[in-house]
Design a protein around this ligand. Structure first.
Ligand code: SF4
Length: 345
């Protein structure tokens, strides 16, 4: 256990946490916050998951997904148990919901130095904090991030975006890129689907952009929940006008999972129509997710429409981008296209 950061000691031995936007307040002795992994022990808040890895894999960055950030490279991907959301469609509920569902805090102890060492030895260019919500293991991610930066690795968050502004300030400038889930554009749906609210996620997106973090956004298209044309148009226009049309938007296909086993999977046609809405809103990069071999996995030049990066699932079949630009018309292609050592990714 490690003493938490971003919390406040209150009167009578209570503690209040401001790591994420649930802002759990006045937690009593022995009590935990909504995430189930931060506990008040005699007036001090502790992270119960510091250094306790439940998953560590070498993944293509495309799997996170990042499509405009170091394509063709690998991310050393880590997670602890726990999450501050309770999404009905969670694909990793066995680990994300474990503490809340009484399955305890499992994991293998791994020091931050070891994580970075393993990442370097396995040829990764980055460390991804992923699978569960990395905000809830912030203290550990922070210590790993500092060492990763020194070793020349990028730090990537794959997140629900529910961290507070205080957390992003504390993390600055170690975070290089984030893929943020924008799960719906309706507050009521956020509450029903995940037990959360929309506005804090929008606040995170704006703050990350302001901080210079490379941001990509993912929306899992769930039939009957967030797939109306009006809602998709609202999302696309928000990204385009408020965040910038260089922000990639990944629209992913839903498959029945966890508590949404009776909801049908998304059709390829629905993904195509959603992509069209994004492109019509002026977004330069709108991608299809969970549709291997679909055209929507590729990166095209936003100006001359030249095929620049051809993908199949997580594999890069061809990358024609030269010096961050389209080789045909010279338009600058947004994102990060080279690794730190100067090699073309
Ligand atoms: S990180 Fe956990 S304890 Fe802290 S505010 Fe969020 S849910 Fe509550």
């Amino acid at each position: 256990m490690k003493e938490a950061t971003l919390y406040k000691k209150e009167a009578n031995g209570l503690v209040s946490c401001f790591l994420c936007s649930h802002r759990c307040s006045n937690i009593k002795d022995k009590g935990t916050g909504i995430c189930g992994v931060r506990q008040n022990i005699k007036g001090t808040m502790y992270s119960l998951v510091y250094g306790k890895l439940i998953a560590a894999h070498v993944d293509p960055v495309e799997k996170k997904p990042f499509f405009n950030y170091l394509p063709g490279t690998y991310a050393y991907s880590i997670a602890t148990v726990g999450c501050n959301f309770r999404c009905k469609n969670c694909q990793n509920s066995d680990i994300s919901q474990a503490p809340k569902e009484g399955r305890g805090i499992a994991g293998t102890d791994l020091a931050p130095e070891t994580v970075v060492d393993l990442a370097v030895k396995s040829g990764c260019n980055s460390i991804a904090y992923t699978y569960t919500e990395p905000t809830i293991f912030f203290e550990y991610a922070y210590d790993v991030s500092k060492l990763a930066r020194k070793a020349g690795l990028s730090n990537l968050y794959v997140t629900n975006g529910y961290m507070t502004g205080e957390m992003l300030d504390a993390y600055y400038p170690l975070l290089d890129a984030a893929n943020v889930d924008l799960k719906t554009f309706r507050d009521a749906s956020y509450k029903d689907l995940c037990g959360a609210r929309l506005q804090p996620v929008l606040d995170t997106l704006k703050k990350m952009k302001k901080q210079g973090v490379w941001v990509e956004i993912t929306t899992l298209l769930i039939p009957g929940i967030n797939d109306s044309k009006e809602e998709l148009k609202d999302i696309a226009e928000y990204i385009s006008k408020e965040l910038g049309n260089e922000t990639p938007w990944h629209i992913s296909r839903f498959h029945p999972d966890y508590k949404l086993m009776d909801t049908p999977e998304t059709t390829p046609q629905a993904i195509k129509e959603a992509r069209d809405i994004g492109i019509n809103a002026g977004l330069r990069y709108v991608y299809a997710g969970n549709l291997p071999g679909d055209d929507g996995e590729n990166t095209y030049c936003p100006k001359c429409k030249e095929l620049l990066v051809q993908r199949e699932a997580y594999n890069i079949l061809e990358n024609k981008i030269i010096k961050d630009a389209c080789p045909k018309c010279g338009t600058k292609i947004d994102g990060k296209w080279k690794t730190e050592n100067g090699k073309t990714a």
